[in-house]
Write a protein that binds this ligand. Structure first.
Ligand code: R5P
Length: 288
């Protein structure tokens, strides 16, 4: 079971620099391995601080090639990054449903052994899910802190859930009924008083759960998995969350990846590969 590298003995400023370097290393390696300048035309660009380096890596490629591509953002931040880099901007709203992006790159808050993800720590998850499911290949980029055996082990602040503001209180109670441990509406302070408002004019709830199981855990004799004692498998909890009226989307990316779905079948949310920049400067790849 791979674990995050411990850097707790390193001073904070050095640690912050290490994290930035590791994000950059992961992003550059992922773009090198998965973006084919000769063949790819439609590219999804996710959100967050690691994706900044993805856009840097793409902007450093041959301009003749990148000017023939279209880049599809997952929110206001990534739209800004694409524009600032002078790359051609696309819009998912204008992408025919049958058309697929060749590849998309996006970050994550936590990645488990099966490449299930928690996303939304930076308040972006809904458009990210649309772009991921519209892509043939979703490639995740992250630093070593995101490597985890089970979701909820490293990322303790809870699963980000985008909700309709008028339903937020009802959703909080429903989440508690499912076993969430102190779910909260995310607040904007110190930069904004009141709840965080997403790019889609929704609010966010952060819902901590006990670490989420994988199907094989149950086969290996672990009790629970379907909500018993607040213990869920990723898939069972994700399926349950999306049934709650008022939840617009949640930050669990699960199910199949783009290589597993058959032609014409949609809905792939998981990455085909996750790139982790490590504290020692190397890049660790988890392939599907
Ligand atoms: O809400 C934000 C997105 O889901 C990000 O991709 C995720 O939070 C990871 O962001 P970062 O690369 O800044 O760690």
């Amino acid at each position: 079971m791979a674990m995050a590298t411990s850097t707790s003995a390193i001073p904070a400023a050095e640690q912050a620099e290490l994290i930035e370097l590791s994000k950059k290393a992961a992003a550059y390696q992922a773009v090198k391995d998965h973006l084919d300048p000769a063949a790819h035309r439609l590219v999804g660009i996710g959100s967050g601080s690691t994706v900044v380096y993805v856009v840097d890596a793409i902007a450093a490629l041959d301009r003749d090639a990148t000017s023939r591509m279209l880049f599809f953002p997952t929110g206001d931040q990534s739209r800004g990054l694409i524009e600032a880099a002078g790359l051609p901007l696309g819009s998912v709203s204008q992408l025919p449903v049958a058309a697929k992006l060749d590849v998309c790159f996006d970050g994550a808050d936590e990645v488990d052994e099966d490449l299930n993800l928690i996303k939304g720590g930076g308040a972006c998850l809904f458009q990210e899910k649309i772009v991921a499911t519209a892509s043939r290949r979703f490639v995740c980029v992250a630093d070593y802190r995101k490597l985890s055996p089970r979701l909820g082990t490293q990322w303790k602040q809870g699963i980000p859930i985008e909700v309709l503001p008028l339903a937020a209180k009802r959703v909080l109670s429903e989440l508690e009924n499912l076993g969430a441990l102190g779910p909260q509406i995310r607040q904007g302070l110190p930069k904004k008083a009141g709840p965080v408002v997403t790019d889609n004019s929704m609010w966010l709830i952060d819902a901590p759960f006990k670490p989420l199981l994988l199907p094989r855990d149950k086969a290996n004799g672990v009790q629970g998995g379907a909500g018993e004692d607040g213990l869920w498998t990723v898939d069972a909890l994700a399926d349950q969350l999306i049934r709650i009226p008022g939840i617009v989307e949640h930050g669990l990316f699960y199910g199949k990846n783009g290589l597993e779905v058959k032609a014409g079948e949609g809905g792939a949310q998981k990455p085909v590969a996750a790139y982790f920049g490590m504290a020692d400067g190397s890049v660790q790849v988890r392939n599907a």
